[in-house]
Design a protein around this ligand. Structure first.
Ligand SMILES: NC(=O)C1=CN([C@@H]2O[C@H](COP(=O)(O)OP(=O)(O)OC[C@H]3O[C@@H](n4cnc5c(N)ncnc54)[C@H](OP(=O)(O)O)[C@@H]3O)[C@@H](O)[C@H]2O)C=CC1
Ligand SMILES: N[C@@H](CC(=O)OP(=O)(O)O)C(=O)O
Length: 345
């Protein structure tokens, strides 16, 4: 499908959500060549107004006809909405960039992080999948290391912010936090979370569950990381194991990542040099000045930050590192907009 660069009609499905709002901001900030941007959500939000850089955008209900004349449709309204409307959009001539997990593992749908596998865009049939937020920041940071030295195995533990569970979860964390003072019995006061991990309060807590469990004992979030990494790296043999954890941070996912390389002769300096070659990846790593990435400082930034790079003292091919990025930006909205930019290059 050919896209003319200067006169694109764009739609955002899920425009009132945590990710959809950031997609609009990124399109405006990066001066995406859009003639029009249609804001779509559920019937509940129809008629509401979103203002970005002084311009008003009126939200409309999403129906199949919403996609008449649309060139690019960004979807971030949940998997079931993508299942219902993505093919309707493609049928009407749009290219869909889908932020949900609905199509990510379909063999004929590219799963793209532009810095890693932009060439996959050449084989799309109308739908392109944007990976899981935790997966995106990890593969972006590891891409050059993998290319240069080969990676056999990845073991990752995540520390994920509540904004990953949507706008409602952000509200919930601040409401629960405000109920507290030092004398409060937390468990007696805090109400269970409304986000995916429903049973427990998130304020002043750490929850080792994101999304549902499957029969293997892993959660769906963990399985997404494990499977999507193999697909993006086009490497079925790479061993990936994940533990995904939610904590009371508003925005910015952090990851403790352990990798085993194919070779023993690689130094920390070699790893740093490789990482630096990937655009958008920044090393923040100086123990002597307590410099390392943190979500509080990554929020609002486009980059993926890497620090705490260490050689495993017990295994000559092993390295540890700490990877942080804004889950709503590189983890979702920015990556989607970068995909659209690649398409019109
Ligand atoms: N947050 C993140 O870090 C990431 C999120 N994603 C994916 O993006 C999607 C949205 O996430 P997020 O923005 O965090 O979620 P939010 O809960 O913040 O937003 C959900 C959005 O979906 C819209 N919506 C709900 N029902 C419908 C419907 N029937 N028709 C049309 N729109 C509807 C909502 O509109 P309304 O206001 O009208 O209810 C709202 O705009 C999820 O599928 C998630 O998997 C992917 C990667 C990362
Ligand atoms: N599950 C992620 C965000 C997300 O929505 O991911 P996915 O699109 O893979 O369901 C989080 O909670 O941080």
């Amino acid at each position: 499908m050919e896209l003319k660069k200067q006169d694109l009609n764009v739609a955002i499905v899920g425009a009132t959500g945590a990710v959809g709002g950031k997609i609009l901001e990124k399109l405006v900030e990066r001066q995406f060549p859009a003639k029009s941007i249609k804001m779509l959500a559920s019937k509940r939000s129809a008629g509401s107004k979103i203002i970005v850089e002084g311009k008003n955008y009126i939200v409309e209900e999403t129906v199949p006809e919403s996609f008449e004349g649309i060139d690019i449709a960004f979807f971030s309204a949940g998997g079931s909405i993508s299942q219902t409307f993505a093919h309707e959009a493609v049928k009407r001539g749009a290219i869909v960039i889908d932020n949900t997990s609905a199509f990510r593992m379909d063999a004929d749908i590219p799963l793209v992080v532009p810095e890693v596998n932009a060439d996959e865009l050449n084989r799309h049939n109308g739908i392109i999948a944007n990976p899981n937020c935790s997966t995106i920041q990890m593969v972006t940071a590891l891409k050059a290391i993998k290319e240069k030295f080969g990676i056999n195995r990845i073991i990752v533990s995540t520390y994920q912010a509540v904004s990953g569970a949507g706008a409602e979860a952000i509200e919930e964390l601040s409401e629960q936090s405000l109920q507290m003072d030092s004398r409060t019995d937390i468990k007696a006061v805090l109400l269970p979370s409304a986000s995916a991990e429903k049973h427990y309060p998130i304020a002043f807590n750490v929850i080792p569950q994101i999304d549902l469990f499957d029969e293997s004992g892993y959660t769906l979030e963990e399985l997404k990381m494990m499977n999507e990494t193999k697909k993006i790296f086009a490497d079925e043999k790479i061993a990936v194991a994940a533990t995904c954890v939610r904590l009371p941070v508003v925005t910015g996912h952090s990851e403790s990542v352990y990798i085993e390389l194919n070779r023993e002769d690689v130094s920390v300096e070699d790893i740093r040099s490789a990482i630096k070659t990937t655009p958008g990846v920044v090393i923040q790593d100086d123990p002597s000045s307590q410099l390392y990435p943190m979500p509080l400082y990554a929020e609002g930034k486009d980059e993926v930050f890497v620090g705490r790079i260490r050689k495993d003292p017990t295994q000559p091919t092993g390295f540890h590192m700490w990877i942080v990025s804004d889950n709503l930006l590189k983890g979702a909205a920015l990556n989607s907009v970068q995909i659209a930019e690649e398409l019109i290059k």
